[in-house]
Design a protein around this ligand. Structure first.
Ligand code: FE2
Ligand code: FE2
Length: 163
């Protein structure tokens, strides 16, 4: 599916989120002797990614994209949006857990890292395959273009998503 240009910045961030998700899955699948350290390292990477770009991306969706969509649809009538917001809350909680454990220097279970990786992966797929196509269809060209101009105001111009 071809993405409307106004949503390209968000889709670019999604690409980097999927790399994080893959890293989390791979860490949890590492050979047993290396698994715990790999999971810990990947959790650390994800926390960095979150502070660099992830939290801004969530705000762009919550503070720009969804309010514009809300002009056209009651958001609680869109089950995809309800799930999107539930995912956001769960991902924020996971980041906090990772941060707390890292600060306490207590271990982060590889299973937990795998769970968060899958959550992130499925979240991106939900947005790309279900929610964004619906928003594109309902909002229409003119509204999408107007929204696109406001969508990247929170991200700095030179922002890169790699950590
Ligand atoms: Fe999202
Ligand atoms: Fe997203």
């Amino acid at each position: 599916m071809k993405r409307h240009p106004s949503l390209h910045p968000l889709s670019q961030h999604h690409h980097f989120a999927l790399i994080q998700a893959l890293g989390m899955r791979r860490a949890a699948e590492a050979p047993e002797g290396k698994r715990a350290a790999a999971a810990q390292r990947q959790a650390e990477k994800f926390v960095k990614f979150w502070h660099k770009t992830g939290h801004v991306h969530f705000r762009e969706e919550e503070e720009v994209l969804l309010p514009e969509y809300a002009r056209h649809t009651r958001l609680d009538q869109d089950a995809g949006v309800v799930r999107l917001l539930a995912d956001h809350a769960e991902i924020r909680a996971a980041v906090r857990d990772f941060e707390r454990r890292l600060a306490e220097k207590s271990p982060i279970e590889p299973e937990e890292v795998a769970r968060v990786g899958k959550l992130l992966h499925d979240h991106v797929r939900l947005e790309e395959n279900e929610v964004f196509p619906r928003i594109e269809k309902i909002m229409g060209e003119k509204n999408l273009n107007a929204m696109g101009r406001g969508l990247t105001r929170l991200h700095s111009k030179h922002d890169v998503c790699e950590v």
